[in-house]
Design a protein around this ligand. Structure first.
Ligand SMILES: C[S@@+](CC[C@H](N)C(=O)[O-])C[C@H]1O[C@@H](n2cnc3c(N)ncnc32)[C@H](O)[C@@H]1O
Length: 297
C-alpha cells in the first residue's frame, strides 16, 4: 500500500462493469469480496444491494484494514483482515449462513506495487519481501535461504514458467555460500539480468517471471486459490455466483478446471471474458485480465 497509510489508494479496479453486471444478475443481498484491495469493486457492488444488503470484504494485507480504519465507516461493507480462504468464518462472524456472490480479483494492487518496502516492483529497490501479509510467514529473501537449489529452481520454473530457472537458482545459492545472500530487489534483479538472456523483442523484463514465481511461492497463492474454489460452493446459496479475475495462465487454469470438475458449478462464461480495448488503453494493468463466472446449482 502507499507509504503513508492515510494516502488515498491509487488502484483502479479491473473490469468493474463486467463484475457488477454478472453479479447483479443474481439479485444478491450478501456479496463476499475476497480481495478487497482499494475497495473499488466492493463499493460498486454495494450500490447494487438492497438496503439490508451487505458486502463482506476480506484482504490479507494489514495495510488495507489500516487504511479503512483511518477513513469514515463504510456503509454496508464489513471488512475482515485475512485470506479469502476464511470467507466461511467471515460469514459466521456476520451471523450469516450463505452469500449470494463471491468475487475474487487475484494478484496485487497498484498500491502494493507502489510501496517500496514490499519488494513487489523490481523497478524500485527495497527489501525482497513479496508477502501480502508482512506480519506472517517469511520474506522472499528468507524463503530463498530455507530452500534447496532444486526447490528454488522448481518454484521459479513452475510458478514463473522461466526457462532459465536452474541458472537463476544456482546463482542465488552461490551467493549464499559466498556469504552474500540475495536480500534486496536490486540484488535479485541483478541475478536475473545475469542469468536470463534478453529476448529478441525485449518485450519482457528478465526479472518478471522470477518475481512472479517468488511472490506465488511466498504467499502460497495457487494452493490457497485451489482450496478456496473447492470450499466456495458451500458458502454460496443456490443460484449464487462466483466471479474470478485472474492475471496469468496458472491462475486461469486453476479457475477453469475447478469450475469444470465440480458439478455444483454451472459455467456461465465458456471462454474467459477480456477487458475492452478502451479499458486496456486507460488502465494497462487490465491487459492480462481474464474473468470467469459460474453459478452455484
Ligand atoms: C488486485 S487487488 C484487488 C483490488 C480490488 N478488487 C479493487 O477493486 O480495489 C488484490 C488484493 O488481493 C489481496 N489478496 C491477495 N491474496 C489474498 C488472499 N489469499 N486473501 C485475501 N486477499 C488477498 C491483495 O492483498 C490485494 O489487496
Amino acid at each position: 500500500m502507499a507509504d503513508d497509510n492515510t494516502a488515498p489508494p491509487c488502484h483502479v479496479s479491473v473490469m468493474p462493469g463486467e463484475i457488477v453486471d454478472w453479479v447483479a444478475q443474481c439479485s444478491p443481498t450478501v456479496i463476499i469480496d475476497g480481495t478487497y484491495g482499494a475497495g473499488g469493486h466492493s463499493r460498486l457492488l454495494r450500490d447494487i444491494l438492497p438496503p439490508d444488503g451487505l458486502v463482506i470484504g476480506l484482504d490479507r494485507d494489514p495495510a488495507v484494514s489500516a487504511l479503512v480504519e483511518s477513513q469514515p465507516p463504510q456503509d454496508r461493507i464489513s471488512l475482515f483482515l485475512g485470506s479469502y480462504e476464511k470467507a466461511g468464518q467471515a460469514l459466521q462472524a456476520c451471523e450469516l449462513e450463505h452469500a449470494d456472490a463471491l468475487v475474487l480479483d487475484l494478484g496485487l494492487s497498484s498500491d502494493q506495487l507502489a510501496d517500496r518496502d514490499r519488494g513487489f516492483s523490481f523497478q524500485n529497490d527495497g527489501p525482497l519481501d513479496l508477502r501480502f501479509d508482512p506480519e506472517n510467514g517469511v520474506p522472499a529473501s528468507e524463503w530463498l535461504t530455507r530452500h534447496s537449489e532444486k526447490e528454488i529452481a522448481d518454484a521459479i520454473y513452475q510458478f514463473g514458467e522461466e526457462r532459465f530457472s536452474r541458472r537463476i537458482a544456482r546463482e542465488i545459492v552461490l551467493r549464499s555460500k559466498q556469504r552474500q545472500p540475495v536480500r534486496t530487489v536490486a540484488e535479485m534483479v541483478d541475478v536475473c539480468r545475469r542469468c536470463v538472456p534478453r529476448g529478441k523483442n525485449h518485450d519482457i523484463h528478465p526479472a518478471t517471471r522470477t518475481f512472479q514465481a517468488l511472490r506465488i511461492a511466498v504467499n502460497e497463492e495457487l494452493d490457497i486459490l485451489t482450496r478456496t474454489l473447492q470450499a466456495a460452493p458451500e458458502w454460496l446459496s443456490p443460484g449464487g455466483r462466483i466471479a474470478v479475475i485472474s492475471f496469468h495462465s496458472l491462475e486461469d487454469r486453476i479457475v477453469k478446471n475447478a469450475f469444470r470438475d465440480d458439478e455444483r458449478w454451472q459455467i456461465l462464461t465458456k471462454k474467459p471474458l477480456r477487458p475492452s480495448d478502451e479499458e486496456v488503453a486507460a488502465n494497462s494493468r487490465s491487459r492480462s485480465a481474464k474473468l470467469r463466472v459460474a453459478e452455484r446449482r
